[in-house]
Design a protein around this ligand. Sequence first.
Ligand code: SAH
Length: 472
Amino acid sequence: MKHLPAFIDINERFVLVVGGGAMAWRRTAMAQRAGARVVVVAPELVRDFESCLAFEHRARPFDASDLAGITLVYVACEEDPDYETRVAAAVREQGLLVNVADRSDISTFIMPSIVDRSPIVVAISSGGEAPILARMLRAKLESLVPAALGALAAFAGSYRDRVKELIPDIARRRRFWERVADGSVAENILGLKPGAAEARMEQLLEAARQGLDVEPAGEVYLVGSGPGDPDLLTFRALRLMQQADVVLHDRLVPDGILELVRRDADRIYVGKKQGDHSMQQQDISRTLVDLAKQGKRVLRLKGGDPFVFGRGGEEIEMLSAEGISFQVVPGISAANGCAAYAGIPLTHRDHAQACVFVTGHAKDDKLDLNWQALIQPNQTVVVYMGLISLAQVMGELIAHGADPKTLVAVVDKGTRVDQRVVTGAIGTIVDAVEKAALTGPAIIIIGSVVSLRDRLEWFADEGDTGSVTRPG
Ligand code: SAH
């Protein structure tokens, strides 16, 4: 290890910044975040300094007398390396710590890349060798560490003394904190429900007072996993996927996403192909309830968004009735994902001022849709579950007066590597889709926005077999 990692308390201490440019400003702001009093020595300052808290400005070059009473020094005068070298030498001579921006050779300390979830701070250093790599790692961590982790640490801190007093035994106390960090207390803080977290914490403390080990409280996460590309998961979805004890998934969730679920979580396939209901809705709800009552963290993973044709509402009704805590994580719905990856904006000032999502799932072979509303001009219609009933949907639209030349795109396995898009018009799309032998899942996008795909297509799409026919 080339440098000693350490966090320095500079609250109310004096920090000297030599330089008045953008980097000097960043150093000033950072030192102020840690509570330092800053003295800036530079003939001129960039305007950014106006956004800083109060600091002392000495409008002249550095002088050794500036070091009196100073704890550490930042130098950032990249336009004059010789000056930087002289200043750094003067500082070192006084035995003070000095950092010169981008010059680890003459610095006695270097600045890490940080992930700030105060009071938790992660600092990453490459020893000055490859700052870019440190920054990349930092970006990764930023996306993995929940935004509210700091709030969780502060919450835990506020209970520290009470817990210590209540549970003197170190091993038991550690188990207690593990339960807090791993269970519904933490999840409530991260889910921005501090009241619920406090109530649960009091329960845990009460149990500890009675010398009991508390049962973990089960909970359910209803999570939308998006249309298929794993990169389209939300940070929260990924976090909950990685802490679930058991996952219930169906056909719409591809393997690439299932692989991201905690490895040792139990997997339960609940099917749901049209017509083949491996598990009835009621049974799914019942299973969620039973597993949660066993203290499990249950992940119900759904394709797209759980509240868009996902029966998510039905699945959690029973949870609510049974008093089981749950949260709902939105996902990118197939319409949004497919439209983006097919290069078809759902709304556009020249084409569509409205967008309607409907289901093409027929009940007893009958489609119960408001056809008059669907043939209105200047709107886009997106049909979910419409591949099987495609001919029926197109037939009804024509029967209700739609122009057969209205453009249509069918997006099959949208956002996935094997995405295929077939385009045509209301009058021609059935043949085109038949020829392409699409297998689904697929959505149908109807409206003149489909013409924009000609210019906006960007996603690799070698299987594209259709062509856009323009009306008129
Ligand atoms: N809750 C989901 C929809 C579930 S209904 C969501 O918000 O996306 C199932 C239908 O969604 C499928 O029949 C199909 O129409 C559509 N669908 C889901 N994933 C899709 C994908 N990757 N490409 C195209 N359509 C998809």
